[in-house]
Design a binder for this molecule. Structure first.
Ligand code: SF4
Ligand code: FE
Length: 483
């Protein structure tokens, strides 16, 4: 099958019978729901741009096994060039959506599972890699979107999975049958689940032998029996119900997160990629999170580009683009944003071939990338709010602007630089509000903190990869230390 158009993608998602709940009710029409639709549009952009000849080779790749053109989101990275193109593609999509476009988690899961299952099979004579490659080609052929799910609810953070009062707080195998496994548990914060054809589940952390039933990875179609989603509510999501496109700030694109519940779901053997191999859980987790920490050096930079552009535009509209402190703040925002991009490109350029033949990023640099992402977008947002002024949180609504009586006062008192329409000023202010505080803030600001792992997770990896002993030798040599 050829690559899907955006419209074909939307219709393919419409056909899937998913169980989705929001505000205590089942959502009957997910695809046209005003709260959910913007997040679907974000994924749609991964299809639309792949159709554009201008992005051929960036949004697409050729799978060397089949010779077929595929969407890069379903690609196995075969070189550092592939890794770099991935980051460039993500920056592009961040620029075009100013939101989370969700499809990266599947790509990152693909690449982590590809190499991990290869190494597992080589040691244990299992068949997980074959299972995965068959699944991957099916996904490539159909141009599906796959959600990659890692985060478990985790319950008492001080206890191992098996020691939790409720054993389901980490997703686990509850039954092994000759033809497959039955799993129970949940995956949290799943932005892409709602808009995917399939999900790939991975363990959430390194596992000890006593937690072997929690070391589980598999693929599952979104209409599987006994799986359902509870949509998480975001700070401004009901603003989308007010009927004002202007007040939403970014009305076309967004992201919503779901808690995905597995209430005894059967997984046939052919879709299982790990089932009890506790010693390989940490490899899979480290590789997936490494790839996803690289991803943030692309997507968040693209969204940052939009925010910097909004801050520069509001400075123009406010009549102060030449003020030296404004220029300096825009320089600082750019410096921070490009530093994140440097990290994304650097960990890609320093990538290495794994035993399976695919390429993995430099794990130290990828973790440094994401550690910076837990900080810099906060400063970029702070500077954008500084430049925008308090009006970013106190502006009247579109209804006031359009009101026959109030409109002229809104026009009069919100006027700024000559020739700037008040409506345009409000549009840019609402976009900044959306990125800083609204629904997109989940995908830009707070997600920069916790997405792909919270800051401490990166610090553990940085500590593991920092090779202090080699650095001590360097210092001692220069200082002529003799021990
Ligand atoms: Fe992709 Fe970024 Fe969303 Fe992760 S947060 S899925 S890297 S857009
Ligand atoms: Fe994310």
């Amino acid at each position: 099958m050829a690559l899907m158009t955006g419209e074909q993608y939307i219709e393919s998602i419409r056909k899937i019978d998913m169980q989705v709940y929001m505000f205590g009710k089942k959502v009957e029409n997910r695809v046209d729901d005003p709260i959910l639709r913007p997040s679907l549009n974000s994924v749609r952009m991964t299809y639309d741009l792949a159709q554009d000849p201008a992005y051929d080779g960036l949004m697409t790749a050729i799978d060397p096994d089949t010779g077929k053109k595929i969407n890069r989101f379903n690609n196995i990275h075969r070189s550092t060039d592939d890794l770099i193109k991935k980051v460039k593609m993500q920056r592009l999509l961040g620029q075009q959506t100013a939101a989370c476009f969700q499809r990266c988690v599947g790509m990152d899961a693909f690449n982590a599972i590809y190499s991990t299952t290869f190494e597992m099979d080589a040691k244990n004579k299992t068949h997980y890699h074959d299972n995965f490659v068959k699944f991957m080609h099916m996904v490539q052929d159909n141009d599906y979107t796959v959600d990659g799910a890692m985060t478990d609810p985790k319950g008492d953070r001080g206890l191992a999975p098996h020691a939790q009062q409720d054993p389901d707080l980490f997703l686990h195998i509850v039954e092994r049958r000759p033809d497959g496994i039955v799993v129970r548990g949940a995956k949290a914060h799943q932005t892409g689940a709602l808009n995917s054809h399939w999900m790939i589940i991975m363990p959430t952390q390194a596992m000890k032998p006593e937690d072997a039933d929690y070391a589980v990875s598999f693929a599952v179609p979104m209409d599987v029996k006994n799986m359902f989603m509870i949509i998480g509510r975001q700070s401004c999501d009901t603003r989308k119900l007010e009927g004002s496109e202007l007040d939403v700030g970014n009305s076309e694109f967004g992201g919503v997160e779901a808690l995905v519940v597995f209430d005894d779901v059967f997984i046939p053997n052919e879709y299982v990629f790990m089932a009890g191999e506790a010693e390989y859980a940490s490899m899979l987790v480290e590789r997936f999170s490494g790839y996803h920490r690289q991803s943030y050096g692309g997507c968040k930079v693209g969204v940052g580009d939009v925010l910097i552009g909004a801050a520069a535009t509001i400075a123009d509209y406010n009549g102060c683009p030449k003020a030296s402190h404004i220029k300096d703040k825009l320089i600082e925002m750019t410096h921070l944003n490009e530093t994140l991009y440097c990290c994304g490109i650097a960990c890609s350029a320093e990538g290495k071939k794994t035993a399976s033949g695919n390429f993995i990023i430099d794990l130290l640099l990828a973790n440094v990338c994401k550690q910076n992402v837990t900080r810099f977008p906060y400063e970029i947002v702070r500077l954008a709010e500084d430049i925008a002024g308090g009006i970013v949180v106190t502006a009247p609504s579109e209804k006031d602007l359009r009101d026959p009586k109030l409109g002229k006062y809104v026009e009069k008192y919100l006027a700024a630089a000559p020739g700037v329409s008040v409506e345009n000023r409000l549009r840019i202010l609402r976009l900044i509000e959306n990125l800083a505080l609204g629904t997109a803030a989940v995908g830009y600001r707070t997600e920069s903190m916790h997405g792909a792992g919270s800051p401490q997770a990166q610090r553990i990896m940085i500590s593991r990869q920092s090779n202090l002993e080699a650095k001590k030798i360097l210092a001692k040599k220069i200082a002529h230390v003799k021990e």
